[in-house]
Design a protein around this ligand. Structure first.
Ligand code: TRP
Length: 333
């Protein structure tokens, strides 16, 4: 059954995608693409807000992220994949919205606050970074998206988007549409080091592009129960990364239950469980890796998909921009 939902989602191209993305945002996009109008944006302009010194990094990761999307089965015939910088309408909308938000309001955004700390900007926050929620509001409203699938860290950005929508509509007339955040359902996957979140910057991620050798090395080095020293010792399953991954990726629930019982009782070594986890992950990742390698042989073809998607997406945003300018009494010759 098709719905009238318009979905806008995306990623900053600052690194290839990892298996945390796979069970979270990528699965959600695969599920949504067949019966909704889904737009998926590679947010290169947003990536530059904290990588202005690093243009090569952003450029190369546009392709990496695109390859990841296609390799997991995002279908450009169903989902419109586009590049943010190919759509000047998004930047123009941002310019208009900048006047509707105070600096104080931006500084109160808890996500922005956290990121400023994390990135160590101190008193040198780039204006573009501080204002990225406004640019993200432009991304969302340009498509009149009513659903935005995100992780919970992005909720304050959606809230700010809706404030802009209400403000715009009350000042200039009803043009923009409020969006609802749809939380991607899986809890965050821990990193292989046992830290709460898998992330490229923490160096604790398993990437979709990792070879089976690298995958094996990463799994064998995973954090387990530090007190499980001898095979015969009882081991802890809670907080044990290997079991967290089995819960997330192994569809054989009976087998996982059995392994957990054996591990807790003692007599099951980490190496055996890790080898099993490697097989489970490798079975899932092997076809993705293979498809990714095939696609990477023709980067020109892959980029032309992004170009086509961007042309399609741009037409939608041009219509919204026209309405916005009309409402704002801006001359359009
Ligand atoms: N802020 C998102 C991230 O860091 C990326 C993004 C940019 C986005 N514009 C968006 C997500 C619009 C959803 C909707 O991953």
């Amino acid at each position: 059954m098709t719905s009238n939902n318009i979905i806008l989602t995306g990623d900053r191209p600052t690194g290839a995608l990892h298996i945390g993305h796979y069970i979270g945002s990528l699965q959600s996009r695969l599920a949504l693409q067949s019966n909704n109008k889904q737009f998926i944006m590679i947010a290169d302009l947003q990536a530059l807000t904290d990588n202005a010194q690093n243009p090569e990094k952003v450029q190369s990761n546009v392709i990496e992220v695109l390859l990841d999307y296609l390799a997991v089965g995002i279908n450009p015939g169903q989902s419109t994949i586009f590049l943010q910088s190919m759509i000047p309408e998004l930047s123009e909308l941002t310019m208009y919205y900048l006047n509707l938000v105070s600096v104080a309001r931006l500084m109160r955004n808890p996500t922005v606050k956290d990121e400023i700390k994390q990135k160590g900007f101190n008193n040198n926050v780039p204006v573009g970074f501080l204002a990225y929620p406004i640019s993200q509001a432009a991304d969302i409203t340009a498509f009149k998206a009513n659903i935005v699938p995100v992780g919970d860290d992005q909720l304050p950005v959606i809230e700010q988007t809706n404030e802009i929508v209400r403000k715009f509509n009350s000042v200039y007339g009803n043009v923009l549409v409020e969006a609802r955040a749809m939380l991607t359902k899986t809890a965050r996957l821990p990193g292989i080091d046992g830290k709460a979140k898998m992330s490229k910057s923490l160096g604790n991620a398993i990437f979709l592009l990792d070879s089976s050798d690298i995958l094996r090395q990463k799994v064998m080095s995973m954090y387990t129960d530090p007190n499980h020293l001898k095979v015969s010792d009882p081991g802890k399953v809670g907080g044990n990364t290997v079991f967290a991954y089995l819960d997330a990726f192994d569809s054989n629930i009976d087998k996982v239950t059995e392994l957990k019982q054996h591990y807790s009782a003692g007599g099951l070594g980490d190496v055996i469980v890790k080898k099993y986890l490697f097989e489970v992950l490798n079975t899932i990742l092997e076809p993705i890796r293979k498809k990714r390698e095939d696609l990477a042989k023709n980067k020109g073809d892959v980029l032309s998909l992004l170009k086509d998607g961007s042309i399609k997406a741009r037409a939608v945003t041009a219509k919204t921009l026209f309405e916005v300018k009309q409402a704002m009494k801006i001359y359009q010759f």
